[in-house]
Every structure is written in structure tokens, then in C-alpha cells.
Design a protein around this ligand. Structure first.
Ligand code: FES
Length: 158
């Protein structure tokens, strides 16, 4: 990992990329979305303040746990004078994101558990397929292929 001397207060995009592990294109993207900012030199080159490193680390950590960029931007914008998030900020924000993450994990577990029913099915039914309609109430009990088997049985029993 590249070390940047303490006396350097501004970073080029290449230095920021090397130190943070984020691709230059990702840094440009973050900037275009207002998550980080830079000043331009007289030669129109970007310069980032040193604390942008911590901001990028915050963004990447939040992204790793599945927090959308829009949510991350809102969180950063709420910090006083758009300061760099501190350890306490991360602790507080990650706590507020916990329930959102728990819900996402619950949904993914449910999708995983029902995926085998969809393999070889192909119906993608909005009424009964858990992949097509993950919030479906009927899909909570049975997936489409099981429902079709049940309805076929009922028809043949009649
Ligand atoms: S494809 Fe999902 S139940 Fe048919």
C-alpha cells in the first residue's frame, strides 16, 4: 500500500486511488455523485484534500455492506459542514443501517431457499414466483412450481 508523507495535504487522483484502493474511474464517479470533492489546479488537475481518504474508506465500507450510494450521500450530507465522518459517525450510521441490512439478508435467504423451485421452472409468474415477486404473500408459503403441482393434484382428484 502506498504511504503518503504527512506533509502532503493534497492528493492527486492517482495517489488517492493508490492509497484508497478505489479505481480512478470510481473516484470520478463518486465525485460526479457529490460524495467527494476536489479543487482544480491552474492546469485543471484534480486535487483532493487528505481527509478525502477517510471519506472514500467510509463510502467503500458502506458499499461493501450493500448500502446504496444515494443513502451514503445523504448520510455524508448530514454531517456538519460536510466534514469527514469520524469513528463515532460510522458507529452511529452503521447502527441505523443494521435493520435495513437485516431485512435485505432475510430477503436474500428467502430467495436462496426458494431458488431450487425455480430451477427448471421458467414461469417467472408475478403471482407465485419468489424471484419475480419477492414480496408476494402466496410466494411466502409456496413457490409457483409447488403451487402448480398442488393445483394439478386438486384437478386430478376432482
Ligand atoms: S420460475 Fe420461479 S416459480 Fe417458476
Amino acid at each position: 500500500m502506498h504511504r503518503i508523507p504527512e506533509k502532503i495535504h493534497e492528493l492527486t487522483v492517482g495517489q488517492l486511488s493508490a492509497r484508497s484502493g478505489a479505481a480512478v474511474s470510481a473516484l470520478h464517479f463518486y465525485e460526479s455523485k457529490g460524495l467527494i470533492s476536489s479543487r482544480r489546479t491552474s492546469g485543471n488537475q484534480r486535487r483532493y484534500s487528505r481527509d478525502t481518504l477517510r471519506r472514500v474508506a467510509f463510502i467503500r465500507a458502506a458499499q461493501r455492506v450493500g448500502i446504496p450510494l444515494a443513502t451514503i450521500r445523504e448520510a455524508l450530507a448530514e454531517l456538519p459542514e460536510e466534514r469527514t465522518p469520524t469513528r463515532d459517525d460510522w458507529a452511529r450510521l452503521s447502527e441505523t443501517w443494521r435493520s435495513e441490512l437485516d431485512e435485505r439478508i432475510r430477503q436474500l435467504n428467502r430467495l436462496r431457499d426458494h431458488l431450487t423451485d425455480c430451477i427448471g421452472c421458467g414461469c417467472l409468474s408475478l403471482e407465485s414466483c419468489v424471484l419475480s415477486n419477492p414480496d408476494d404473500v402466496v410466494g411466502e408459503r409456496l413457490t409457483g412450481s409447488r403451487l402448480m403441482a398442488v393445483s394439478r393434484r386438486k384437478t386430478s382428484d376432482a
